[in-house]
Ligand binder design. Structure first.
Ligand SMILES: [Zn+2]
Length: 137
């Protein structure tokens, strides 16, 4: 199944060539582009060979179209939020860790919730204590 991802602000499609594309900034303030696997729980990422992000570094993810920061500070400053469209119409929310190497992904439909990745436990409490999601966890 192929999922489509949208920028939560401008709602542009971020999928291209079976990847999700982002504008990113590393902790040295160097900018680049990053491709991520759109499948939940898959953590392969690609950047230009000359662009480096170190393990543990906090990456700022930005929409490549409207340039808004995708950091989900309302839940936790280490998380990024995207809108996911399934089967043309069903809309979900996806959060994932912006810390390089951390495998934490969270998928929300209006009725349910599913965590993915070896490090998923790390941010669960922040969703539990949020007004919006506490009922789903
Ligand atoms: Zn945007």
């Amino acid at each position: 199944m192929e999922y489509n991802y949208l920028c939560p602000k401008c709602r542009s499609n971020l999928n291209l060539h079976h990847r999700i594309i982002f504008a990113v900034k590393n902790e040295k303030d160097e900018r680049g582009l990053m491709l991520l696997d759109p499948r939940l729980g898959h953590y392969d990422s690609e950047t230009h060979p000359g662009y480096h992000i170190l393990e543990g570094e906090k990456v700022e993810f930005m929409c490549p179209i409207c340039h808004v920061s995708l950091t989900a500070s309302e839940i936790n400053d280490n998380l990024v939020k995207l809108v996911m469209i399934e089967n043309e119409n069903k809309e979900h929310e996806v959060y994932f860790s912006r810390v390089k190497g951390e495998k934490s992904t969270y998928w929300f439909t209006p009725e349910s919730f599913k965590p993915f990745g070896d490090d998923a436990d790390k941010y669960l409490e922040f969703f539990k204590s949020s007004k919006k999601y506490s009922g789903l966890l």
